[in-house]
Write a protein that binds this ligand. Structure first.
Ligand SMILES: Nc1nc2c(ncn2[C@@H]2O[C@H](COP(=O)(O)OP(=O)(O)OP(=O)(O)O)[C@@H](O)[C@H]2O)c(=O)[nH]1
Ligand SMILES: [Mg+2]
Length: 379
């Protein structure tokens, strides 16, 4: 317990209780239970660490009338708002197998090798989305039902309605959106994923071959925070018999300095997204390099126009500044409002508006003439 001024009328007890073992036959589970008390006034932080590592379960006692007594225990040992590798290790110690390693620093934003609360929440969201079974197991090991006074850890999971219903209603309650990033080999997909976590080209260590293909961060959509998952789909993975290309928004990437790579985008689009169910954004990567000359045929801009798609968005992760984040917010917005993509991104051209006004005027004229004739006849 915390070392505080004892209120009047309270009892004088030793700072630390004696270690005791509750015999097996008096516990409901028939397991002998060894109880060790820890006191801040008598023991060091190192001793606490040792005890926590030895323990199978930790019971935190705090004074409900004084919030400061719990704050210390809310997972931030040094209260700097971020988990260091050592603190993370201590968190992992309650799991039979450490979760999230070694890919964690490459799937979420980290700060100077530490995992801030934001990244921690992102990681939980990613695991929940991709592998809900593991997530439930992790919550179980952390004692979620007991700590949060819930019947089961399933209470921590929100299941949103079917996507088809979202599409019918034209809005989504989802706060986690999935974007698949597709493109020919070497167009810059992995660099795009790293840019989403704030890494410039060559800044982060190169992803090894077995690197995670997902990253997650939050973006603002109309003032609301949404989790956006970027999932890299290699050109090879698309060669599978039936690759899973379902997502909330597709990011089709080609190398702007080598427009031949656009042919791959066209084939992916025609094969998987031509039905118009999924909003698509074409991204022209390596915008810092001189633009390549498109081969004879449709230019990317022309292709997008013909298919009523937003024009290709240039993107670069090179250069001294942090990569522009607009494109990520744009992807999340398209995923949130799929039905608006065509109308919003393709405002009615002026000439068409003119035609519509002319047709409207002609219709009015025809109607009023008919009405005039009917009135004349009825006289
Ligand atoms: N100049 C420039 N080079 C880039 C940019 N983005 C990526 N590159 C380079 O392009 C090459 C391929 O980048 P990756 O991000 O690995 O491309 P990828 O699409 O993931 O490649 P695969 O996974 O092999 O299909 C690397 O050498 C990057 O350094 C950019 O914005 N500008
Ligand atoms: Mg890659």
């Amino acid at each position: 317990g915390a070392d505080r001024v004892r209120p009047p009328g309270s009892f004088q007890v030793p700072a630390r209780a004696e270690e005791i073992t509750i015999p097996a036959d008096v516990t409901p589970e028939k397991v002998p239970t060894h109880i060790v008390d820890y006191s801040e006034t008598e023991q060091t932080e190192e001793e606490l660490q040792d005890e926590i590592h030895r323990a199978d379960v930790v019971c935190v006692v705090y004074d409900v009338s004084e919030e400061a007594t719990i704050e210390k225990w809310l997972f931030w040992q040094d209260r700097d708002g971020a988990l260091s590798p050592v603190e993370l290790q201590s968190l992992y110690s309650v799991f039979p197998v450490a979760p999230w390693v070694p890919e964690l620093p490459r799937t979420v934003r980290t700060e100077a090798g530490q995992l801030p609360l934001h990244g921690y929440l992102c990681q939980w969201t990613l695991v929940t989305y991709l592998d809900v079974r593991s997530c439930l197991a992790h919550l179980g090991y952390l004692g979620y039902p007991t700590l949060c006074e819930q019947d089961s850890q399933a209470q921590a999971i929100t299941v949103t309605r079917r996507k088809r219903l979202d599409q019918e209603k034209g809005q989504t309650q989802r706060s986690v959106l999935m974007c698949k990033v597709l493109g020919a080999r070497g167009v810059g997909k992995s660099s795009f994923l790293r840019a989403f976590l704030g890494h410039r080209l060559g800044e982060a260590q190169e992803f090894p071959a077995d690197s995670p293909v997902h990253v997650i961060d939050t973006v603002q959509v109309n003032g609301q925070e949404k989790y956006l998952i970027l999932w890299e789909m290699s050109a090879d993975s698309l060669l599978a018999a039936s690759p899973d290309t379902t997502c909330d928004v597709a990011c089709l990437m080609f190398d702007g300095s080598d427009p031949r790579s656009f042919a791959h985008c066209i084939s992916v689009y025609k094969r998987h997204y031509m039905d118009g169910q999924t909003p698509c954004l074409f991204v022209s990567s390596k915008a810092d390099l001189p633009e390549g000359v498109p081969p004879a045929g449709l230019s990317p801009a022309e292709f997008c126009r013909r298919h009523r798609l937003p024009p290709p968005t240039p993107f670069s992760c090179a250069g001294p500044a942090q990569p522009h984040t607009d494109v990520f917010a744009r992807l999340a917005t398209m995923a949130t409002f799929p039905h608006l993509v065509h109308t919003e991104l393709h405002p009615t051209p002026v000439w068409l508006k003119g035609v519509l006004v002319a047709v409207g005027a002609a219709m009015a004229a025809v109607l009023s003439i008919s009405l005039y004739r009917v009135l004349v006849k009825s006289r």
